[in-house]
Design a protein around this ligand. Structure first.
Ligand code: GTB
Length: 214
């Protein structure tokens, strides 16, 4: 059955791979599933046809036969559940990998989003410069314990899993701030994720969209 995902017609990051379709592309590449991409404009995202797929008018979405999903975490979990390669077979190891998926999205990503918003959306506010160190420290408060837990492991818990896929994707969003590089093992972990052939294919595919954008 054909899998179709949606992505920005013109990503605001110009192809740096930070939009969330990259996470879904990466998961599909890891499990070797072919997929098609429907590019959507910001206008089309808020129109009824897309809102029927995504109630909040965002990307990515995922369609496969009569199944339509939104929310990147749910999409990656669906892919990892249906195809071998992203979740361990052992029930306890699988539960721990899923825990890391949640940790990436609900514990690590929120302060990174706060930092991104402070830098990108609030930089013209008179209080912006005072706020940056505060939100930066909130990111560090999560990166410190994550760095300790990762230690010198290659991946968070055994083999590479969907937990690592989401964690690396989330951490990537902090690189521009410089904070990721304060934690050498986290920076090396992200680099290992980026070096995976499946990530490279996903990255290149989304970058090609940016290059050919009208
Ligand atoms: N919780 C949802 C999920 O995980 O799928 C969040 C989806 C989401 O935020 N989608 C964004 C979107 O559609 C694109 S990924 N935004 C348009 C809108 O809301 O109208 C977030 C994103 C956007 C841009 C960059 N960038 O330019 O660097 C990075 C990430």
């Amino acid at each position: 059955m054909t899998i179709t995902i949606t992505a920005f017609e013109r990503s605001p990051d110009g192809g740096q791979g930070l939009a969330r379709d990259t996470r879904v592309r990466w998961a599909l590449e890891e499990v070797g599933q072919p997929y098609e991409v429907r590019l959507v404009s910001f206008k089309a995202m808020k129109e009824p046809a897309h809102l029927a797929l995504h109630p909040f008018g965002q990307i990515p979405t995922y369609e496969e036969g009569d199944l339509a999903l939104f929310e990147t975490g749910s999409i990656v979990f669906h892919i990892a559940s249906r195809h071998p390669g992203l979740l361990p077979l052992d029930a306890n190891a699988r539960a721990r990998a899923i825990t890391w998926m949640f940790a990436a999205l609900s514990t690590i990503e929120p302060p990174i989003l706060e930092l991104t918003n402070a830098k990108l959306l609030e930089s013209d506010q008179p209080w912006a410069a005072e706020r940056w160190p505060i939100v930066g420290d909130r990111v560090r408060a999560r990166f410190g314990p994550l760095s300790v837990r990762l230690g010198d492991r290659e991946w968070l818990d055994g083999d590479f899993s969907a937990g690592d896929l989401l964690m690396v994707s989330v951490l990537l969003r902090a690189r521009r701030s410089g904070i990721l590089d304060e934690y050498a093992n986290l920076a090396a972990y992200v680099a290992r994720g980026e070096a995976r052939p499946a990530y490279r294919r996903a990255f290149d595919a989304q970058a090609a969209v940016a290059r050919s954008a009208p």
